[in-house]
Design a protein around this ligand. Structure first.
Ligand code: SF4
Ligand code: MG
Length: 331
């Protein structure tokens, strides 16, 4: 196993009290595998990734429990210098906003070259050649000339390609991409996603793809973990989840995106809003919004039930969801 997050807990101190941003998240990613982590904003998907990357630097944030195993070693107990070495060379992150992640006063060629001079001790000339090679690889046209340009001279899609090139430069075993295409328009989104998928295949990297958009992951991910209120509510191979979700939240998300195979059907909208992380509801945290909720849901927090060997659902009534009983059925 490449990455295993086990029972991770992260809290933030806020003016309203302790915000439980991550409440016992467990997921894993194999070598060469793509895991999509899906959830609304505030579901804890980015915070989990930041804990993995060691960039939970917003001072009030704190990991209060759990383990983060990378290639079998627990990053939370490794010595600081060891940990930095692992994170610097073996994992990399792609952010939503390339413009603020790139250095505005360095040409993109110099920024890419720096990866090789700093981390690999390459000569300036070799590093420069490698930078152009990388730009070619992420299909930036006229790479040699464009290496001399600054980040603001590139389009959003091209900048995201440069971010991907930076992330790949040291051939990490794992890339975490947090909403990598959210800021881009739809056609460019598809191209960038395709590029990520292709590089992941070629380099056999593990990829954690964080998104709020179920639409972008279907063709790219192997498995999905759906998050809600700082927890995983469902995990499944991507096609199983699309075919038959086993959690009402996932079912609601699926029913709220337009799908060709369901033309003419009215789109569903999940009622209400995600809970405040300082006041997560008792029992199942989804119960105030859940059309299937019953009394037990208000008091008993559902564990991650085993739906099948490779599927889990945190719903007491996953069976009826799986059977596709309609959400508005009378009970
Ligand atoms: Fe809905 Fe109850 Fe299942 Fe939670 S446990 S998702 S409230 S049916
Ligand atoms: Mg986020």
């Amino acid at each position: 196993m490449l990455l295993e997050v086990r029972d991770l807990h992260v809290e933030f101190r806020t003016r309203e009290g302790i915000a439980k941003a991550v409440n016992g998240v467990t997921y894993s990613v194999d070598e060469g595998e793509t895991l999509a982590v899906l959830g609304e904003s505030g579901s804890g998907k980015s915070v989990t990734a930041q804990a993995v990357m060691g960039i939970l630097d917003t001072p009030p944030g704190r990991i209060t429990g759990g383990r983060i195993l990378f290639q079998g070693r627990d990053l939370l107990t490794l010595k600081e210098d060891e940990r930095r070495k692992v994170r610097g060379a073996r994992m990399a992150m792609v952010f939503q906003d390339a413009l603020s992640a790139l250095n505005p006063v360095l040409t993109v060629g110099d920024q890419l070259a720096e990866m090789f001079t700093v981390h690999r001790g390459a000569s300036r000339k070799d590093a420069r050649a490698k930078a152009v090679e990388l730009m070619d690889r992420v299909r930036i046209p006229a790479a040699r000339e464009r290496a001399g340009q600054y980040p603001h001279q590139f389009s959003g899609g091209m900048r995201q390609r440069i971010m991907i090139a930076m992330a790949m430069a040291l051939e990490p075993a794992l890339i975490i991409a947090d909403e990598p295409t959210t800021a881009l328009d739809v056609t460019v989104q598809a191209q960038v996603m395709e590029l990520l998928a292709e590089l992941r295949r070629e380099l056999r990297m593990g990829l954690v793809l964080i998104t709020h958009d179920l639409g972008v992951v279907a063709d790219v991910a192997d498995r999905i973990a759906v998050m809600y209120a700082g927890r995983i509510v469902e995990t499944a191979p991507v096609h199983d989840l699309y075919r038959a979700p086993a959690h009402p939240y996932t079912q609601g998300l699926l029913d709220s995106i337009p799908r060709l195979d369901r033309k003419g059907r009215e789109l569903y909208a999940i009622s209400g809003l995600p809970p405040s992380l300082t006041a997560i509801p008792t029992g199942c945290p989804f119960h105030p919004r859940c059309p299937r909720a019953r009394d037990v849901c208000r008091t008993d927090d559902p564990p991650l039930y085993e739906v099948s060997a490779d599927r889990r659902s945190a719903c007491h009534f996953w069976r009826e969801t799986l059977r596709k009983e309609p959400l508005d059925a009378p009970r």
